[in-house]
Write a protein that binds this ligand. Sequence first.
Ligand SMILES: C[S@@+](CC[C@H](N)C(=O)[O-])C[C@H]1O[C@@H](n2cnc3c(N)ncnc32)[C@H](O)[C@@H]1O
Length: 337
Amino acid sequence: MAGETRGATAGWTAGEWRGWRAAAQEALYGEQGFYRRPEGPAGHFRTSVHASPLFAGAVARLLCRVDESLGRPASLGFVDMGAGRGELVTGVLAALPPEVAARARGYAVELADRPADLDHRVEWLAEPPGGVTGLLFANEWLDNVPVEVAEVDPAGVPRLVLVRPDGTERLGEPVTGAEAEWLARWWPLPPEAGTRAEIGLPRDTAWAAAGSTVDRGLAVAVDYAHTAGARPPFGTLTGFRAGRETAPVPDGSCDLTAHVALDACAGPGARLLTQRESLHALGVAGGRPPLSLASTDPAAYVRALAGAGEAAELTATGGLGDFGWLVEPRGIPDPLR
Ligand SMILES: C[S@@+](CC[C@H](N)C(=O)[O-])C[C@H]1O[C@@H](n2cnc3c(N)ncnc32)[C@H](O)[C@@H]1O
């Protein structure tokens, strides 16, 4: 229509207000949504998966530990939940010892289309397969599960934040029902105007559903996280486009992400670790190689130096190392203990 800007869908007009959950759902996953774009997430930001093959190697070792605990089943599942372009599952299958690889079945669970050049062994699904014996691993999935945003008004009442396709916000109705209960339990807001929270309820539900598809084995969610007592006072909703942080505008032009209240997602028997702790437990260390290697085997020295740099990035304080790993064993001992 002349003179009218459009949101991520033909049906969302410039003047229409929506809650952030519906707005982000359309902007990320609608027909013209951000995650439907051909370049995939790697075209806009770097996750641990893209930072270094050491990450897939560590996840492959974790899968081997799960395999041992399961008694080496005839079919060992690896589910890459929110798989992007299937980079992690591809790397994990490639890093497995041949005996384990021969029994492994790799699944990529993703809303976007299957990339044309993906390893034919990887099954591409829109939902997790049921009855998995093995490991389900969700790297930076939950932060992209859309949530409502609440903001405290001048009277001290938490209200839903509404948004238009251009990112303009206003306050809507007071938060009620299950969302109000979630806030009270997990992210109580002080009565100061302008303080904000992201209502993580849909993430708790999404994680419980994904985790329940593992019959025996392990479910792991890795993400930017915060826990009770250390919630960010104004929330963390933000945008990313082409490698840069941007204002969160729900028009399909950028990623929309908010850190995850991983403690609220935790199911029975779950444990919350940092990525630094988890990767150290899986043998990823950032130490420099001995200088003597430089003279005996210069090529190996250079390789080891590059590996040490990548390990340091994956475990860095103030960076990827601070990510949370929510680890939920199902019928096996915790393989990271
Ligand atoms: C930030 S990207 C992470 C990609 C990859 N795991 C990585 O670490 O590089 C999040 C991905 O989750 C996918 N996604 C979001 N919700 C999903 C759902 N309900 N089912 C399957 N995939 C989903 C998105 O399409 C997107 O590709």
